[in-house]
Design a protein around this ligand. Sequence first.
Ligand SMILES: [Zn+2]
Length: 239
Amino acid sequence: MTQDLFRSDSYKRDARGMVRHITTEGGIVLDQTIFYPTGGGQPGDSGRLTWDEGAIEIATTIKGEGTDIVLVPAEPSALPPEGVAVKQELDWDRRHRHMRVHTALHLLSVVIPLPVTGGQIGAEKGRLDFNMPVALENKDEIEETLNKLIACDFPVTTESISEVELDANPGLVKTMSVQPPRGTGHIRLVRIGEGDNMADLQPCGGTHVAHTIEIGRVRLGKVENKGKQNRRVHLHLED
Ligand SMILES: [Zn+2]
């Protein structure tokens, strides 16, 4: 198994680690990692590993067997040997943009309070698919409300509840297509805001900014029809 360091601290840009094993496809599995693996609509992290004898660029990160996290090298080159100590570094600019877009999408699901059927996160933009039988009429207003929420500078924090508690509160799950991962007995919740001043609370395993002001201004892009009930709403970072 790989211990994930990004869930307890999404701002960790570098860390030590040890090579546990190399997969048959040439992927690198560390004992612990700051690299987020592709999942929940968020792309896997890129970056680099360095060790005494070498260095390698990491193109992306994926989930492996069990709870393994697999770092995928950018191009064929000498892999670090099993057991070696490495330094891992993220392409922080790319990851931080993913965190900004990701957190903005949580708030998009607040200003458009409809069931979410899917989503995708990128470094410049993201999108959510909604179960939205009627077209969105007031896009400009929604964009303005969204930017006001961002400017409120809500704290973004995580906590954990038991699967039993989640089952008792099914309204917490907004994403119909992506149920939170189960099996450990606990579900990670992401809270935006605090106390009476709460904007959002939902299960999520991704990486988020710590304060909504970090998202910056966003712009709503086109709204596409995706089937009878589904509409895809695009969101862009302004800078
Ligand atoms: Zn999230």
